[in-house]
Design a protein around this ligand. Structure first.
Ligand code: ZN
Length: 154
């Protein structure tokens, strides 16, 4: 048995089961077919596109988007990635500046004292010349150079 989608002259669509395509043609020629809705004998076979995919696998659902690692805050919306990076860097600096003690130009000396346990261990910040910076590193003292805007060094 095969199924055909059929359309009557007035536009009713219905299905008809036949032993073969020839069986359909034969019944049609002999006007044995009629629309179940209006009884019209003018029946045409229509392409049954809906049956092409019968039994085919379900279309794959789109992958669930991964949860963003960092939720964007409202002020970041619409900003380009560079602006957001600037914003995050600025926040990191703020954090750093509020959690470190400013020892100013005493930085190299203080860093040494802390390293050699002559002063209480704490996070400090301050200024060092490139030479002082290199000396500290040579001694194995962990220091990091930060590109702080000049105004933030005060
Ligand atoms: Zn009809």
């Amino acid at each position: 048995m095969i199924v055909f989608d059929l359309l009557c002259a007035t536009g009713h669509r219905f299905e008809g089961w036949f032993g073969s395509a020839a069986d359909f043609a034969d019944q049609k020629d002999r006007h044995l077919l009629s629309c179940p809705s209006c009884g019209s004998a003018k029946i045409e076979r229509v392409p049954s596109a809906s049956r092409v995919n019968l039994g085919a696998p379900e279309p794959k659902k789109p992958a669930v988007p991964a949860t963003p690692v960092a939720e964007p805050t409202p002020e970041m919306e619409g900003k380009d990635p560079f602006a957001i990076a600037q914003m995050l860097y600025s926040r990191m600096l703020d954090e750093l500046l509020t959690k470190t003690e400013d020892v100013g130009k005493q930085f190299p000396a203080e860093a040494r004292k802390i390293f050699y346990e002559e002063a209480p261990a704490r996070a400090i910040r301050g200024q060092a010349t490139p030479e002082e910076h290199d000396e500290l590193l040579d001694e194995g003292i962990p220091v990091a150079r930060l590109p702080l805007p000049p105004t933030r060094l005060n």
